[in-house]
Design a protein around this ligand. Structure first.
Ligand code: GTP
Length: 358
């Protein structure tokens, strides 16, 4: 069976950490977001993956190549201009001729895809999609169910939900190949606003898969941080590429922690991280690979991107620091997301930091 990962969107709500990488390549525990999806697909026996790309396609192709490293064969469909989530699928009609899986490339989820495929076949649906429950449905496509639980329609990003918990599409679908013929070739269109509402109106073509699963759309810095915390807390079946040495501490290869430094769980330290004398890392912090936490620095409740230097005596609390940043000694940075600021003095880092509050 083939799977398509939709990863061509521009995304614009993760400033500043996505200034240098497409959203699909944002690190989640030192792995690009869609690498977790490719691993999941492979676990469910899927051996052929098509990645539908547009924005910054080269970054993704360069990293994944032919997919051999992950035990899958990866092909790429590159749109010269974004075709939308349905339009992107419409371009694939010549290479897909059997039931296939579609996954949004910007979600962290552990949906049981094998079970979805079984449910899809049993329901004889044209599209089966995973249904999640959300307390913030105004950010998503809301699925309207009728009294019998059948899908009656869609409302894309409703203006207000008045706090109601609603059923939303989790961005994972099983589809029949003839669905692709329902999309006009070469015309931009979206699944949630065009194809799915049209099919819902026809009746009987859509089925929902309601299972217990972890799901988070990485739409903004809040959800980016929440996904890391949830994975650290074991709420999602997502592999953390490090050794769990116990008590909520994950260490990548070649990590050096000075005996006088302190790690207060849960924490993740990626490979080649160095924690110097007297430094403290705590409170659900994620330290990206090749980062140096210098003497007596404190990092709490923060995500520090790969290859960052946290200067001696500095304090970072409740921040997302983009990879490649430099936080000068004795800096105090709280409640902010910081741009990569290599070579910047502490004051400049703080100035930049003040752009985005997290
Ligand atoms: P936000 O609205 O900020 O979340 O931006 P987005 O561009 O990521 O849009 P959306 O959440 O609707 O996208 C869902 C998934 O589809 C993401 O993984 C996107 O990368 C992908 N996607 C969105 N638009 C396109 C497109 O035109 N072509 C392709 N190939 N993928 C797309």
């Amino acid at each position: 069976m083939k799977a398509v990962i939709l990863a061509g969107g521009t995304g614009n709500r993760l400033h500043p950490i996505d200034s240098d990488v497409p959203k699909a390549m944002l690190p989640v525990f030192d792995r690009p977001l869609i690498e977790h999806t490719i691993i999941q697909l492979s676990r469910h026996g899927i051996r052929e993956v098509v990645v539908a790309l547009s924005y910054r396609a080269r970054d993704i192709v360069g990293y994944f190549g032919d997919g051999a490293r992950w035990g899958v064969k990866i092909r790429y469909s590159v749109e010269s201009r974004p075709m939308g989530t349905a339009g992107a699928l419409g371009l694939l009609r010549d290479i897909i001729d059997e039931t296939f899986v579609v996954v949004n490339g910007d979600v962290v989820q552990d949906i049981d895809i094998t079970r979805m495929i079984t449910e899809h076949k049993a329901a004889q649906a044209r599209i089966t999609f995973a249904i999640a429950r959300s307390e913030t449905p105004e950010q998503y496509g809301v699925v309207k169910l009728d009294d019998s639980g059948a899908i009656a329609g869609f409302v894309e990003k409703p203006r207000s939900s008045d706090g109601a918990v609603e059923s939303v599409s989790a961005g994972v679908y099983i589809m029949e190949p003839d669905v692709l013929a329902s999309v006009s070739y070469g015309v931009a269109a979206n699944l949630e606003t065009d194809l799915l509402p049209r099919m819902a109106a026809n009746g009987g073509e859509l089925a929902g898969s309601v299972q217990e699963f972890y799901w988070r759309d990485i739409a903004d810095l809040v959800s980016y941080r929440a996904a890391h915390k949830d994975i650290l807390a074991g709420k999602a079946i997502i592999e953390i590429p490090a050794t769990h040495i116990g008590e909520g501490i994950w260490l990548g290869d070649n990590v050096t922690v000075h005996p006088s430094a302190e790690l207060i769980p849960p924490v993740f330290l990626g490979k080649n991280v160095t924690v110097r004398p007297g430094a403290v890392v705590r409170g659900g912090s994620i330290i990206g690979e090749n980062t140096l936490i210098d003497d007596s620095a404190t990092v709490a409740n923060s995500i520090i991107g790969q290859g960052t230097w946290v200067g001696a005596g500095s304090e970072i609390d409740n921040c997302v620091i983009a990879g490649g940043s430099s936080v000068s000694s004795e800096s105090v940075v709280r409640d902010y997301a910081c741009l990569a600021a290599a070579q910047s003095p502490g004051a400049a880092a703080r100035e930049i930091a003040s752009e985005v509050r997290v």
